[in-house]
Design a protein around this ligand. Structure first.
Ligand SMILES: Nc1ncnc2c1ncn2[C@@H]1O[C@H](COP(=O)(O)OP(=O)(O)OP(=O)(O)O)[C@@H](O)[C@H]1O
Length: 431
C-alpha cells in the first residue's frame, strides 16, 4: 500500500444469503480482537466461502468496490437506503468479512456503527472505556488521561459505575461515540450516529469529528444528512446498488446523490420539467432549479407543473414542509379562486410559491405540493414527489427548528421612569 494511504479497498464483494442467519453481530471488542498487531491490517475475502453459498438464495450487498483513502481525508459515504453503506463500514471495521476482495487499513480503527454494538452490556461505563482502550492497544496510562474527557463528553458522570445495559439508548450512544472518538484511533468509522441524539449532541459529535480530522486522522462518515457531510468531509463516495457510483470531491458526490434521488434530473422535457407519469405533478424545483441546497438566509421559491386531466370547477393547493421525522413544520394553502382563476381547463399549469427565508436549522427537510380537485373526494388528493431540501448555515446551540438572525440588547436598572434607563451593552447580533 502506498505510504500516504490509510485505506485501500480492492474488488470488495459481500454476498448475503436471503433469509439465512448471519454470523451474529460481534461487539467492537470481539471485532477488534481480530486485529493483528502489524501496522497494516488486511481484511480478505475468499472464494471458498463463496462456493459454499448457494447463488440462487443469495444477493450481493456490495459488488466490486475499489477505492483509496489518503491519511487525513474525511470521507462522506452517501447513497439511498439499502445502497450498501453500512455493509461497507462493517467490512472495513472487520465486523463482517468480505466475500471477495480485500481491504488494507493502516493504523488502529475506532468505529461507531450502530447503537448496541461496541460495549459489553454487563460491564460498567468505566470498565468498558478501559476495555476498549486495551483492545485498541493503548497503554492504561493513556486511557486514564482521556478518561475524564470521555466521561465529560458523554455526560455520564453519575452513571460511570453503572453497567451499560442500564443506560438509556441516548447515554449509550453518547458514551460509545466518546470512546470511539477519544481513544485516538488513526481511522474513525462513524455510521449515521447523528440520526440519533438531540441537536446539541449532534453538533458536539460533528465538532469532535472535525477536530479528529484536523489532527490528521482519517474519518469515514456515513450519513443521509448532506449538510453534515458537506460541512465535515472533503471527499465523498456514493454507492448505488452495492457499487461505487461516484467518488471524489464531496460537492460533486453530493450533487450526484441528489441526482440519484431524482431531484436534479438534467433530462428535462420540452416544457422544462420532468413529467411524472403517475402523478398530476411534474418535478418540484427550488429557485432556479439547479440545486436543492440553499442557505438558511435565502428567499425560497418552489415551483412545479400540474397537469390537470379534465375540466374542474377549481382546486385547493398546499405546500408542505416536514422534517426528516415526518413532523409537519409548515403548511401554506391557496385556492384557484384566490389566485384569480375561474373554471379550470385541462392542461399544464406552472405554479410558483415564493417566500422569505425560513431560517431553518441546517439539515434535510422534505417539501411537497398537495392538490385537491373540486368535486373529488378528500381521499383523492394528489401529492407531488417529495423534494429533499438541504439547508446549510448556522445551527442553534440547542435543539430547535429555526435559527433566525436576531438582535439582542441588555439594559440595567430599568424603572418605569425612562430617565433612569441605563444601557450597558451595545446590541449583540447573533448572526
Ligand atoms: N445481515 C444481513 N443479511 C442479509 N441482508 C442484509 C444484511 N445486512 C444488510 N443486508 C442487505 O444488504 C443491502 C445493503 O444494506 P446496508 O444496510 O448496507 O445499506 P445502507 O446503504 O446502509 O442502507 P440505509 O441507508 O438504509 O442504512 C440491503 O438490501 C440490506 O437489506
Amino acid at each position: 500500500m502506498k505510504s500516504d494511504l490509510a485505506i485501500h479497498a480492492e474488488g470488495i464483494g459481500k454476498q448475503y444469503r436471503i433469509g439465512a442467519q448471519q454470523k451474529s453481530y460481534s461487539t467492537l471488542r470481539e471485532s477488534l480482537m481480530n486485529v493483528s498487531a502489524s501496522a497494516i491490517n488486511t481484511v480478505r475475502g475468499g472464494l471458498k466461502e463463496l462456493r459454499q453459498r448457494r447463488e440462487s438464495n443469495s444477493f450481493w450487498a456490495l459488488k466490486d468496490i475499489s477505492f483509496e483513502v489518503k491519511q487525513g481525508d474525511v470521507v462522506g459515504i452517501v447513497g439511498s437506503n439499502g445502497a450498501g453503506k453500512s455493509t461497507l463500514l462493517k467490512v472495513l471495521s472487520r465486523i463482517t468479512d468480505p466475500t471477495l476482495g480485500y481491504v488494507d487499513l493502516r493504523g488502529r480503527v475506532g468505529s461507531l456503527l450502530e447503537v448496541g454494538t461496541g460495549f459489553h452490556p454487563e460491564l460498567t461505563g468505566r470498565e468498558n472505556i478501559f476495555l476498549n482502550g486495551a483492545i485498541l492497544g493503548m497503554p492504561r496510562s493513556v486511557v486514564k488521561k482521556q478518561f475524564d474527557a470521555i466521561v465529560d463528553f458523554a455526560g455520564v458522570e453519575r452513571f460511570v459505575d453503572t453497567p451499560v445495559k442500564r443506560y438509556s439508548s441516548g447515554m449509550y450512544l453518547r458514551l460509545a461515540f466518546a470512546v470511539a472518538a477519544h481513544l485516538e484511533p488513526e481511522i474513525l468509522l462513524v455510521d449515521e450516529v447523528l440520526a440519533v441524539g438531540d441537536a446539541s449532541f449532534q453538533k458536539k459529535c460533528l465538532g469532535k469529528m472535525d477536530s479528529v480530522a484536523k489532527e490528521g486522522r482519517t474519518v469515514l462518515f456515513v450519513s443521509h444528512n448532506m449538510a453534515a457531510i458537506r460541512s465535515l468531509c472533503n471527499k465523498g463516495i456514493m454507492l448505488r446498488n452495492g457499487r461505487v457510483a461516484e467518488q471524489g470531491d464531496v460537492q460533486t458526490v453530493i450533487q450526484s446523490y441528489f441526482k440519484d434521488l431524482g431531484v436534479l434530473d438534467s433530462d428535462k422535457g420540452d416544457s422544462g420539467y420532468q413529467r411524472n407519469e403517475r402523478s398530476i405533478f411534474g418535478r418540484v424545483e427550488l429557485n432556479d432549479g439547479s440545486s436543492n441546497s440553499v442557505s438558511q438566509s435565502t428567499d425560497l421559491t418552489f415551483s412545479t407543473v400540474m397537469s390537470i386531466p379534465r375540466p374542474v370547477g377549481g382546486f385547493r393547493l398546499l405546500l408542505l414542509l416536514s422534517d426528516m421525522k415526518s413532523q409537519q413544520l409548515m403548511a401554506l394553502c391557496n385556492t384557484s379562486a384566490e389566485m384569480g382563476l375561474g373554471q379550470i381547463e385541462p392542461g399544464d399549469y406552472r405554479v410558483s410559491v415564493q417566500m422569505p427565508p425560513l431560517w431553518l436549522n441546517p439539515g434535510m427537510y422534505s417539501v411537497c405540493f398537495k392538490l385537491y380537485l373540486e368535486g373529488e373526494s378528500e381521499s383523492a388528493k394528489h401529492f407531488s414527489d417529495a423534494f429533499p431540501l438541504d439547508i446549510y448555515g448556522e445551527s442553534s446551540p440547542v435543539d430547535a427548528v429555526v435559527n433566525p438572525r436576531s438582535d439582542w440588547t441588555v439594559e440595567f436598572n430599568v424603572t418605569t421612569e425612562g430617565s433612569q434607563l441605563k444601557r450597558i451593552a451595545n446590541p449583540i447580533s447573533t448572526s
